[in-house]
Design a protein around this ligand. Sequence first.
Ligand code: SF4
Ligand code: SF4
Length: 204
Amino acid sequence: MLITKLKNQQELDRYFEKELFVFKCFGCKEVYFPEEEIGKLIIAKQSEVSGIAEVDYLCNDDFSKRYIEKNMNEIKKARGIVVFSCGVGVQVIAKLLEDKTVFPGCDTHYLNGFQGLTVLDCDCNQCGECYLNYTGGICPITSCSKSLLNGPCGGAKNKKCEVNPEMDCGWVLIYERLKKINKESILKDKNTLVRDFEKIIKGI
Ligand code: SF4
Ligand code: SF4
């Protein structure tokens, strides 16, 4: 089981400075979503929200593609996308909207118990502090064999991971994605990311 919690207010305020399109996912029954808090936040920020899509199972590419098509006019105009879901949903939207900056509205935390069964391209390790806003919507924990947060290890060859040559280097993917949305400066501007393992050891 997993649980999603709203990111801290300071972080959310930074996203909502711009005109945004919002995706909300309330699909999985084994995931807790802070629905009430998300609703209140959206009301408080409504002047900055250009459109909202509520999707069941955002992690399902086909569902999400349909909602994107249906809302394409607003999405095209939006200067960014905020996704309220677990880390998988955010990654799916980032993958489907390659030319948009995608922000996670929630952090995803691990809870013991049944996890649900999914066959997905994207994975979330429920690290308790979602970094997708710094990494172009690609998870550094699951796309890098060493779960590095501050850039590549330097061992990649021909864009493949030194630990697993069958796998694309996650940090090459992150860099290419940030470059595509003209946000590669994030990698220089952002202070060193430090992983807080207490969030996993102690839980929420
Ligand atoms: S950074 Fe990765 S593991 Fe952590 S919450 Fe986000 S998607 Fe999940
Ligand atoms: S080669 Fe890339 S994916 Fe592999 S461990 Fe190094 S940084 Fe991570």
